[in-house]
Write a protein that binds this ligand. Sequence first.
Ligand code: AMP
Length: 116
Amino acid sequence: MSTIFSKIIAREIPAEIVYQDDQVTAFKDIHPIAPAHILIVPNREIATVNDVTPEDEQMLGHMFTVAKEIAQQMGITESGYRLLINCNQDAGQEVFHLHMHLLGGRKLGPMLARQD
Ligand code: AMP
């Protein structure tokens, strides 16, 4: 069973793809929580951060380079942005195909809401 993100990567279902190469694909989040909200996704299906292997290290580093370049294109390098990866239930991961959120274009507030 391929993930919804694999279908986007294969262009079987529509998405606003902003970048693609042989390792990663980046597209606009369908429910953006900031003016800039891009998902950067390995083309290979990796379910969670728990599933990465040493062989993925080059590709994982490449995700950061791609994130930086997209942030530059969106004009948010100076104002700032956040890169975020959720892993499993406590982090609220919804799609089990590893992805990095690139968020920016507004003040994002503290990293986590306090519980008290
Ligand atoms: P996460 O909670 O880290 O797993 O985030 C999953 C993200 O995928 C959410 O922000 C969703 O809005 C986004 N998403 C789910 N389906 C799609 C889709 N078809 N196209 C673009 N983004 C999607």
